[in-house]
Design a protein around this ligand. Structure first.
Ligand code: BG6
Length: 469
């Protein structure tokens, strides 16, 4: 039996702000990452651009100008699909503009057409950590209901223009990271000393507004492009109890629910029962408009896109904030760690796929998985990244097992098939690519692209639909 279904969507994934650069060209307005210092994990945004400061997103890896060359390399690897985001502030420079920016539209016309010309299906995220800066400064981000209307206008425009060409859509990247990276995921600037109750109120209100926006987008997509599909997208790296002590197991379930809360609402169409308990704990009273809950119930997502990088362990007594990707938690003695402290776990990938399929019974799309390392070119300039090949193969073998377990998995997009700026740390040094980009943390380099050893292996895996694994 084939390990992967016919038509399986092999590919790669990036985000506009981590790759395109050209941050202020052709009418683009500033977006939040354009003022972020040191990556979103640190989470500090400058009030305005400081002219002498280096911001990695401003040039990124120059995808805006070089995308044809990059798409050629993806086509050479045999990509069936490619996930990227539309930079919202290329289309609506301030987010609340009445009219879109024609040059922004033209860029994505070209990108989507060039993908299709190479036989690569576009997979599009509408908002990947790059809310227009003006929507943060003038409105305070997603806890302000006005953003729902601005987003709906943007989504409708995107569907009218590209809905006939793009089948796979997602509204918000890693929406559950509203807890741990509120600036990135929900355009919220929350001071470190904010009272926990107020912090929770702002985050859950933002989440509610984003649920409404996602439902309105799903509704619009079904009207405008009925053959297309709307996805939820969550960070769902896994979590295990540190021990089999019942309190540790219970605490781990509670932590996991802080993430699954988001997919429960987006895929099942209702606030889960346990949400009340979380809201009561923080004294959260949501501002829910008439009709919101019906809208959410009637316009659920068609599939679950998720990122999986690693797992963590958890125990009773640790704060439950709401991230299961490894930032919180304790070290797992059974797993290796990357240079950035991420504990890699191929078996956990199979476990998480099964967990999600059992819970939702809706198609799963692995839209991010990958290994960030500091690659060192050899004397001849070549990068023999056997560690990346090992990670890729081990994860794909477990994905095949998950499919054999009965999980409906429609595709797999490796994160950062070409080196891009790290979202968490703002570094270039943390590289995921099968393609090396000559650029360092301080912005020096020629931007030259070079195939790594993993490029050739991924190409082989795709060509055999995984049979060579
Ligand atoms: C995901 C994000 O959280 O992880 C990406 O959707 C990000 O934007 C990726 O780049 C890897 O994280 P990092 O911090 O290594 O770039």
């Amino acid at each position: 039996m084939d390990r992967f279904p016919a038509g399986f969507l092999w590919g790669g994934a990036i985000a506009a702000n981590q790759a395109e650069g050209a941050w202020s060209e052709d009418g683009k307005g500033p977006a939040i990452p354009d003022v972020v210092r040191g990556g979103f994990a640190a989470g500090t945004a400058d009030p305005e651009i400081v002219s002498e400061r280096y911001y990695p997103s401003h040039e990124a890896v120059g995808f805006y100008h070089r995308f044809r060359e990059d798409l050629d390399l993806f086509a050479e690897m045999g990509f069936k699909c490619f996930r990227t985001s539309i930079a919202w502030s290329r289309i609506f420079p301030n987010g609340d503009d009445a009219e879109p920016n024609p040059q922004g539209l033209a860029f994505y016309d070209a990108l989507i057409d060039e993908l299709l010309a190479r036989g690569i299906e576009p997979v599009i995220t509408l908002s990947h950590y790059e809310t227009p800066l003006h929507l943060l400064r003038a409105y305070g981000g997603w806890s302000n209901r006005s953003l729902v209307g601005f987003f709906e206008r943007y989504a409708r425009l995107a569907f009218e223009r590209w809905g006939g060409k793009v089948r796979w859509w997602m509204a918000f990247n890693e929406i559950n990271n509203a807890h741990t990276m509120p600036l990135a995921a929900a355009a919220l600037e929350l001071p470190a000393d904010m009272a926990p109750a107020e912090r929770a109120r702002r985050i859950y209100q933002a989440a509610h507004n984003m649920f409404v926006a996602s439902a309105l987008a799903a509704k619009a997509l079904r009207e405008i492009a009925p053959a297309a599909r709307m996805g939820a997208m969550l960070s769902l790296s896994g979590v295990y109890p540190k021990t089999c002590a019942p309190d540790d197991v219970l605490a781990t379930m509670q932590l996991r629910r802080r993430s699954l809360f988001f997919s429960d609402v987006l895929l099942r169409g209702a606030y889960p029962g346990y949400a009340r308990r979380i809201f009561d704990e923080f004294g959260v009273r949501l501002d829910i408009a008439d009709g919101d809950l019906g809208l959410i119930a009637a316009n659920t997502c068609d599939y679950l896109g998720f990122s999986y990088y690693r797992t963590t362990a958890f125990r009773a007594g640790l704060p439950i904030i709401g991230h299961t990707g490894g930032v919180l938690g304790v070290e797992n003695p059974y797993l290796p760690k990357t240079e950035w402290g991420w504990q890699t776990d191929p078996t956990g990938f199979r476990y998480v796929c099964n967990e999600l399929w059992d819970r939702y019974q809706k198609p799963l799309f692995v839209v991010e998985n990958g290994l960030g390392t500091a690659d060192a070119p050899g004397p001849d300039g070549a990068i023999d990244d056997q560690y990346r090949i090992a990670y890729l193969e081990a994860h794909l073998k477990e994905l095949a097992e998950a499919i054999a377990d009965g999980c409906d998995v429609v595709g797999y997009t490796w994160w950062g098939p070409i080196d891009i700026v790290s979202a968490g740390t703002g570094e270039m040094k943390k590289r995921y690519g099968f393609i090396h980009v000559d650029k360092d943390n301080d912005g020096r380099g020629t931007l030259k692209r070079t195939r790594k050893a993993s490029f050739h292996r991924y190409k082989e895996i795709i060509a055999t639909n995984g049979a060579c694994l």
